[in-house]
Ligand binder design. Structure first.
Ligand SMILES: [Fe+2]
Ligand SMILES: [Fe+2]
Length: 273
């Protein structure tokens, strides 16, 4: 069930004077990754074969992700009427595909797959919250607010199903942490970097490291400490560590320091495109 549609967005309030090139570039990339949501639902359908309740939820989830892509696409087209989404999306899907041709979770089990899904939704919920809070452009603010609310709901969805599988699979804390940390590191994966490359017609062959820096140096400065803190707490909850515990508080400080360091590294390494 969708909680909003494109018609709920006040497109007429778009204010070009409040847009900037960097924001337009990262929104173009994000729109394509979101629009690709159905690919992941197809994969989840195979991994969770037999679990009809979850499969139905996964397709509803994908429908919302695709809508995120559509809303961001429309905003990017308002900001840059010359931009050709279809052409950029073709370039993106031709050069990048998710390793999803498998019947078992690439994470090793259904519970672990769901922990990884929680981590992804932590990433998106905090990112769109940060974008909403850092932009003055009213339409983008509204879109990102709506998307962030969806992403928090997605986290809850995967979290609830994860708890169900945790009861039977009983993975150890170390295994749960391994999945979460692994997925966090992959946060900087090819998908967004390649989407940035394809969306912004970067000349020459794809340079993974440069594109990660190009995207990250524009995206990470939008986060405030509160966004990172909430995200860290959500990851801990998914893993089964209490954020209020000593380990939790220590992890929170560590996560902020690591985030801040990475942000500076990416800004220093940022290429000219
Ligand atoms: Fe999304
Ligand atoms: Fe989501």
């Amino acid at each position: 069930m969708r909680h909003w549609t494109l018609d709920d967005i006040d497109w007429g309030a778009f204010d070009r004077a409040k847009t900037d090139e960097d924001t337009v570039r990262i929104i173009k990339a994000a729109s394509m990754v979101e629009f690709n949501g159905n690919d992941y639902a197809r994969y989840l359908e195979k991994v969770f074969a037999g679990d009809a309740v979850f499969i139905k939820a996964a397709w509803d989830w994908a429908e919302e992700e695709v809508q995120h892509g559509e809303a961001l696409r429309r905003w990017a087209e308002l900001a840059d009427p010359e931009w050709d989404f279809d052409e950029a999306f073709k370039r993106f899907t031709e050069g990048f595909s998710l390793p999803l041709e498998t019947d078992a979770s690439v994470r090793g089990s259904r519970c672990r797959e769901l922990i990884a899904r929680c981590v992804v939704e932590v990433g998106t919920s905090s990112y769109y919250s940060a974008l909403r809070d850092s932009t003055d452009e009213p339409v983008l603010k509204q879109i990102c607010g709506n998307i962030a609310a969806d992403e928090f709901r997605h986290y809850k969805l995967f979290f609830d199903h994860m708890k169900r599988y945790r009861k039977t699979e009983k993975p150890w804390l170390v295994q749960r942490m391994k999945v979460a940390v692994g997925r966090l590191i992959e946060g900087e994966d090819d998908e967004l970097a390649y989407a940035y490359y394809a969306a912004n017609k970067i000349p020459g062959p794809y340079d993974r490291k440069a594109c990660i820096a190009a995207y990250g140096s524009r995206a990470l400065p939008r986060y405030e400490r509160g966004h990172v803190q909430l995200a860290t707490n959500m990851v801990m909850k998914a893993v089964g560590v209490k954020p209020q515990s000593r380990v939790g508080q220590f992890s929170n400080r560590l996560a902020w320091r690591a985030f801040d360091r990475r942000r500076r590294q990416l800004q220093e390494a940022a290429p000219g495109f």
